[in-house]
Design a protein around this ligand. Sequence first.
Ligand code: AMP
Length: 620
Amino acid sequence: MSSVDFASLGISAPVLKAVKQLGYEQPSPVQAASIPILLEGKNLLGTAQTGTGKTAAFALPFLSKLDEKQTTPQVLVLTPTRELAIQVAEAFQSYAKHIKGFHVLPIYGGADIGGQLRGLKRGAQVVVGTPGRMLDHLRRRSLDLSQIKGLILDEADEMLRMGFIDDVETILAKTPPECQRTLFSATMPPAIKRVADKYLGDAEVVSIENKTKTVERIAQTHLMVKGHQKMDALTRILEVEQFEGMIIFVRTKSSTLEIAEKLEARGFSSAALNGDLTQAVRERAINRLKKGQLDIVVATDVAARGLDVERISHVINYDVPHDNESYVHRIGRTGRAGREGKAIMLVTQKETRMLRSIEKSTRQPISAFNLPSNEEVSGQRVEQFKQQLVGMSQSTKLDKFHSLVKEVAAEHDIDMSLLAAALAFEVQKERPLFPKLVAIDTPRASQNDRASDRKSRPRNERTDKSDRVERQRPDRAQKVSQNKKPITDHEGNDVAMITYRIEVGRNDDVSPKNIVGAIANEAQIDSQFIGHITLHDDHSTVDLPEGMPKELFDHLCKVRVCQKPLKLSIHHGTAGQHRDAKPAAKNKKNKPASKGKSKTHRGADSRPKKPRKPPSADRK
Ligand code: AMP
């Protein structure tokens, strides 16, 4: 983390108040570097990924400069997906909590346009949306860009990967030339650099330096987990890991209190450590930790700075750190005085890049943590119970109870061990010895990032090229492989695919990236699950995972690419490349395709499921 504080960055009073209430202790490095530049009105080109705090890096300064009287949109944010649009809009809303009359409007495809039209008519100072739907509104003249003062391209490389870069450029060209422009991207492929050069001029560059550090003696692992299951995963880890002292790192001051409270409720005594607590309270907690009167503290980076307690055997990164430096600092709280330490980091799918970035900077792989199974938790509890029982049986205060149990056994002719079992059953009710724990979904870290590391160009740039090569033979069908290898799900199983025909082809000037972008965004199918695409003159074919629900199929039929509805139908030519493969594909939300009860559409040997609603942002 940086050494500056939010107040000295120059953000407006109402925004500062909201940030404080959210429990942000200090600006993350990308915020400390970007906010002053944006407040000064300069263009900015930033390399930052999810998890670094980039949303606040652009939201806070633009909100600080908001003209409350202007009702036409002042700030426009372009995002690659509807989830990110929702997430960014929610972030703006929370930072603008104390700005009167503030309105932010997310606009994205697949949602009722009527509501968006009404929202735009009512007036919104900030509009966040996906490029396709924004263009739609521009065509309808429902979105007025003439007064835009700030424009942000978020996750620009993702927009390129999904084939939206032309749409992005069209929108960029419609914004006033004097508007302040910001581009954030996790990587800087040449196509993004070109857009930046053309539209951002001599922008200030912010790139968070990733210094290389090696961390020895600390066994580092990560656990992929969904945001809403982090607490269950943490509890499971605490049950089975043999630890002496532990620090759990979270991002905000409020989280330290919340997590500590939840742990208490689950039977783990713990204390919160954050910058709001008085020095005396903090010292008391640290002393108790040192003496072994307390085993778990839940801390922010700031509060745990320089903490040196030998008996800390474990560091849990409940929230991923904002940068590699913080990671190294956090895990350095264990492995003190030549001891060995363990560090476990909980990572959501969206934060995979952060994981890879840390691995690169520490030059150490962070292997997957094996989440303890139900049986392991049970085994651990049984073991502890046995020890407890043996300990209690040595107590000197048992005489009367011993007689009592013997009496019951004699009176009712019941075996003593059966009576012991009945008592054991009663005792374990609050913390069952043979529990049925909630299932925790642990998706694998997305392999996309590793792949993109290997092949430095994003997938759509590669498809672009094959498209160009194929265009030299205009009379032939163009077979463009979105994924050359068999497509596999998160467990590495082959995904069964079906070939669909779509009614848009070369004559419409369609390119594979247009098709991938539309399907990925509208159907919420991760682009890695979109298979071969073959372009013909008047139609094309595309391989998609088996098991498409009827509602989704109907929706995709109406989705327009190059102004034409896709009108999906099962292709009766060559079958999909992995037709026999099992099991059915998983969607972006990682649910088996067999779930749900909707009807199978005609001809598809699929087990359909309901279309996904935009998820509430569980990444936060
Ligand atoms: P982002 O990289 O924008 O997706 O942000 C990642 C997460 O960090 C979000 O949950 C933010 O609410 C949180 N966050 C952003 N800035 C800070 C900060 N300065 N201190 C603590 N948490 C933050």
